[in-house]
Design a protein around this ligand. Structure first.
Ligand SMILES: Nc1ncnc2c1ncn2[C@@H]1O[C@H](COP(=O)(O)OP(=O)(O)OP(=O)(O)O)[C@@H](O)[C@H]1O
Length: 446
């Protein structure tokens, strides 16, 4: 007997289920009813208070969301599963607003099986569910922040909508994008990761969309771009804020029409890719300054993942450090096998401006130079006496704002000290002094 039947719970359809879906659920033992907008304020007598809504966002999504909102006004805590598809109006603010609240999102082309499995996962005592502890974390870490992130990655992976990943440098944005691809139905197809900031401005269009022979001087042969070669898979555009405006226009076409044109050709080519984008800069600000197209921003910003900085992942620093040390030892057989108490304290007190990447680099270097089985703060080039981070004090807020301003400026100046000093209107000596004060190892950050 299925769980729907055994628990007396039922499914409330919002929108129109297909015949296969409707009878498929009934055959599996779920009692189903279709939400009647005329009597949404009544209790759901047929189901009790533990009904689960299945909201069809594949057609007539705005009307479905209105019905859902009314249902939830009258039945707070009602868990719901969203069915999305190519016709889901992804950039409609009302849709954007509700998607993250879904218990799970299922791509419309997925099987009835996926819906049945998702229904089985909804906990009997309703939502919100903090974490599904049976599921291993998608990324290394056990902090509440990482577990919440893992849950969102699982939720967003099967959905065919663009997604924006935000977060400081080294927080694992690319890793999250790879996890989204691996957990999606596209996992057998290519994953193309492109750093928009690293592409020379005159080659961006050709790299992304390809070119025809003779399209420009030096185009001696046809070239297939990343979007075409990743057909069927996922394209991850890192540092999307650095994409030049003309390439932004073409990216918008991919998102709106699912087509590209190679440079030098006016023939549209259909491509089927899911676009994931990442940024460490504030894209809203870039839109306000006219550096980023507003319509593209709304297209990309349908689903959003925020990567927490390492300093917010209490408990993860030691876990990740040991993880990197173990992995390094396996390959290089170093003497160091753990961290001294002082090293652990120093790591926990450090602010990690370069986040997980910096932690990994410091641990690997320490593993090489450590003379002992226990890694010391000196091996990690950390100050053993750094006071703990007192997040609430004004002094600490000032210090962390100063640190952030320097890290941002260093990045924007490609780690050129003279350029950074010019931008901050201080001397080079001051930049070096501030780097020392905040324990910013330039080679690590680069
Ligand atoms: N949770 C994690 N577990 C294990 N390794 C991690 C984790 N998060 C990040 N890393 C590692 O840290 C490094 C940086 O991660 P990644 O490149 O994904 O960060 P990013 O946010 O995309 O950085 P950038 O903004 O500089 O592009 C990678 O080597 C990645 O494997």
């Amino acid at each position: 007997m299925s769980r729907g039947e055994s628990t007396g719970r039922c499914v409330v359809w919002v929108g129109r289920p297909s015949v296969e879906e409707h009878f498929g659920l009934i055959r599996a033992g779920w009692r189903t009813l279709v939400a009647d907008p005329a009597r949404l304020d009544s209790a759901l007598p047929e189901c009790g208070e533990t009904a689960i809504a299945v909201v069809d966002l594949r057609a007539g999504a705005q009307a479905a969301v209105r019905v859902l909102q009314e249902l939830r006004d009258n039945h707070p805590g009602l868990a719901w599963i969203g069915l999305t598809g190519q016709r889901t109006p992804a950039n409609d603010p009302s849709i954007q607003h509700v998607l993250p609240q879904a218990f799970e999102l299922i791509d419309g082309t997925s099987s009835l099986q996926a819906l049945r499995q998702a229904l089985q996962r909804v906990p009997a005592d309703g939502i919100p569910v903090a974490f599904d502890d049976d599921q291993p974390s998608v990324m290394t870490g056990n902090s509440p922040a990482i577990r919440a992130l893992s849950q969102n990655i699982r939720k967003f992976a099967p959905v065919e909508l663009p997604l924006l990943i935000t977060g400081e440098t080294g927080t694992g944005k690319e890793m999250a994008a790879r996890a989204l691809h691996q957990l999606s139905g596209r996992r057998e197809k290519p994953f193309a990761a492109i750093n928009c900031g690293a592409l020379p401005a005159n080659l961006v269009q050709s790299e992304l969309f390809g070119h025809e022979r003779g399209a420009f001087t030096g185009a001696t042969a046809r070239r297939i771009g990343h979007f075409e070669s990743a057909d069927g898979g996922t394209v991850f555009l890192d540092e999307i804020g650095d994409l030049p405006l003309d390439a932004q226009t073409n990216l918008l076409r991919v998102l709106q029409e699912g087509t590209i044109e190679r440079i030098g050709s006016c023939q549209s080519i259909k491509v089927n890719v899911r676009v994931l984008a990442a940024t460490h800069v504030d894209l809203e600000k870039a839109v306000a300054q006219g550096r980023f197209r507003e319509d593209l921003f709304y297209r990309l910003n349908v689903l959003r993942l925020r990567m927490p900085p390492l300093r917010e992942r209490s408990g993860d620093i030691e876990l990740l450090a040991q993880h990197f040390l173990d992995a390094f030892r396996e390959n290089y057989g170093t003497r160091a096998r753990a961290f001294s108490t002082a090293a652990r304290r120093a790591m926990n007190n450090f602010a990690w401006p370069g986040n997980v990447r910096e932690l990994m680099n410091r641990v690997q270097r320490a593993a090489v130079i450590a003379d002992d089985a226990l890694i010391t703060p000196e091996d990690l080039e950390l100050n053993a006496d750094t006071p703990g981070i007192d997040k609430d004090s004004l002094g600490s807020a000032r210090t962390s704002a100063e640190r952030e301003a320097i890290v941002d400026c260093l990045r924007a100046s490609a780690f050129n000290i003279s350029e950074c000093a010019r931008r901050l209107r201080v001397s080079r000596v001051t930049v070096y002094r501030l780097c020392k004060k905040h324990q910013l190892a330039l080679d690590q950050l680069r």
